[in-house]
Design a protein around this ligand. Structure first.
Ligand SMILES: N[C@@H](CCC(=O)N[C@@H](CS)C(=O)NCC(=O)O)C(=O)O
Length: 217
């Protein structure tokens, strides 16, 4: 079995897929994509694989999948020994799905809205957008009130998705110290999920993003 994994270093959605694969014991065939210099994602070969040309993308024995949550749920449903990371029970699954959509449409999107213009040098800090980030950390803190994990009492894909995004917020030095439940949960993942630090570790991410910023100067 060969699963090709088209990735770019530092990407939160790519790290979400890596955490999932690692937990499932799957070996990914890493295919490094240079999105900014060579624009590997816009080549005719890659557009043939993924017309939406986004990363991460996997190709599992000729079958292409993209969008990190879809990749992660595909991997669990295809390869996991049990359904713990993505429960079959419809109520439990709907909570996991809700958190995955929260990560995609709210937590991740608000990062893009506020930080990208600043990082790309095309905008200045917008306090309204910053307040929206604080609002969604408040919501995440509420999800975790009295709970061990973001979708309840068991580790699921939602923890991988959201923690990968939080690691990107950490690179941006967003101060999340006021959100105690988030701090407790994140520390627990750091110490209990195999490969978590190797994949989401702040030092490594800081170096990747610093190199990226330098290459743009
Ligand atoms: N919602 C997507 C986001 C993926 C995404 O934003 N990918 C960026 C790199 S981190 C990308 O591929 N950008 C180039 C493009 O879309 O053409 C996911 O979760 O997979």
């Amino acid at each position: 079995m060969t699963i090709d994994f088209y990735y770019t270093p530092g990407s939160g959605p790519c790290r979400f897929v890596e955490l999932t694969a690692k937990t499932l014991g799957l070996t990914l065939n890493h295919k490094l994509m240079d999105l900014h210099g060579k624009k590997d994602h816009l080549t005719p070969e890659f557009i043939k694989i993924n017309p939406q040309h986004c990363i991460p993308t996997i190709v599992d024995n000729g079958f292409a999948v993209w969008e990190s949550s879809v990749i992660a749920t595909y991997l669990v449903q295809t390869y996991a020994k049990d359904d713990s990371l993505y429960p079959k029970d419809t109520k439990k699954r709907s909570v996991v799905d809700q958190r995955l959509y929260f990560n995609l449409g709210v937590l991740g999107q608000r990062f893009v809205d506020y930080y990208y213009p600043i990082w790309m040098g095309i905008g200045t800090p917008d306090q309204e957008k910053f307040k929206k980030i604080q609002d969604c950390f408040e919501i995440l803190n509420t999800f975790l009130e009295g709970k061990e994990y973001v979708a309840g009492d068991a580790l699921t894909l939602a923890d991988f998705a959201i923690s990968a995004t939080i690691a990107t917020y950490d690179v941006a030095k967003f101060d999340r110290s006021a959100y105690n439940n988030v701090t407790r949960w994140y520390k627990k993942l750091q110490s209990s999920v195999p490969g978590f630090e190797e994949i989401n570790g702040l030092e490594k991410l800081n170096a990747i993003f610093a190199a990226y910023r330098q290459s743009r100067q």
